[in-house]
Design a protein around this ligand. Structure first.
Ligand code: ATP
Ligand code: MG
Length: 246
């Protein structure tokens, strides 16, 4: 039986990953600032929206108003039209912690608070997905969550719990993160890359004429994918792969 797949929305990418993202998968988009992570995610959402698939966009570092202006400026697309049709729901979920610093006196209390925060975050996402029967979910970005938990064990258990719950949603999820140059890891936590089904790394190298912006598929479970570095452009339609012979 062949696996059901959904289109990535990135021009030229589906054929490089065996026809699209596998249903129910969680894909990590990692890259330094300005490499195109948000644009990648917007392309993915727009592909769904144009086919009347409901989508959820979770923002943790950017205000929804600012993102809408960015998308209007760079792609001439008004996300509010999709919100009005109830096809798109944007959630601003910044990890604001409104509790007294006194609780930090106890390690056990910190653990409890973090668990509560993650649990709450998952519940909000699950509720939104159910409400509009979403098919696509984007979390831009997960970095805050990764760096927020200092204790290694707690970070591992919390992120594993988070990913497991997302897996049960029956949607395709894109999560953005940044590489940690210091530790030579693909993400800040060094954990997420093992938990997700796919990883796409975005890079920007202004010195290279033909390979200025590139994308590398580092992992795509259940898919035969191209193993070469793929160059792309960012245009007013978002990310477009440059045709190569591979
Ligand atoms: N219409 C366009 N044409 C060409 N390039 C564009 C266009 N719109 C945006 N860009 C480029 O895309 C870059 C921003 O991409 P994006 O916001 O997706 O990056 P990001 O990886 O999400 O960054 P951050 O980590 O800061 O959130 C801009 O710096 C700009 O160079
Ligand atoms: Mg971004």
């Amino acid at each position: 039986m062949s696996i059901q797949r959904i289109s990535s929305g990135i021009k030229g990418l589906d054929e490089k990953i065996g026809g699209g993202f596998p249903k129910n998968s969680i894909i990590l988009i990692t890259g330094n600032p300005g490499t195109g992570k948000t644009i990648f995610c917007i392309n993915f959402l727009l592909e769904g929206l144009k086919n009347n698939e409901s989508c959820i966009l979770v923002l943790t570092e950017q205000r929804s108003e600012d993102l809408k202006v960015d998308v209007l400026e760079s792609m001439n697309i008004n996300l509010e039209e999709f919100e009005q049709k109830r096809l798109l729901k944007i959630l601003e979920l910044e990890p604001e912690l409104s509790f007294s610093p006194k609780v930090f006196e106890s390690e056990k209390e910190i653990g409890k608070i973090i668990k509560f925060y993650i649990f709450n975050l998952v519940e909000k996402i699950e509720k939104a997905v159910r409400e509009i029967n979403a098919k696509r979910l984007v979390i831009d970005s997960i970095s805050i969550l990764e760096s927020f938990i200092k204790d290694e064990y707690l970070r591992r258990t919390a992120l594993t719990f988070f990913i497991k719950r997302l897996k049960n949603l029956g949607v395709v999820t894109l999560i953005t993160s940044s590489p940690s140059e210091r530790f030579k890891r693909l993400t800040i936590s060094g954990i997420l890359e093992f938990l997700v089904d796919g990883i796409i790394k975005l890079e920007y190298n202004p010195k290279s004429k033909e390979f200025k912006r590139t994308l590398t598929i580092l992992k795509m479970r259940r898919s035969k994918h191209v193993e070469f570095v793929l160059p792309f452009h960012i245009t007013n339609e978002g990310i477009k792969l440059i045709e190569t012979s591979f």
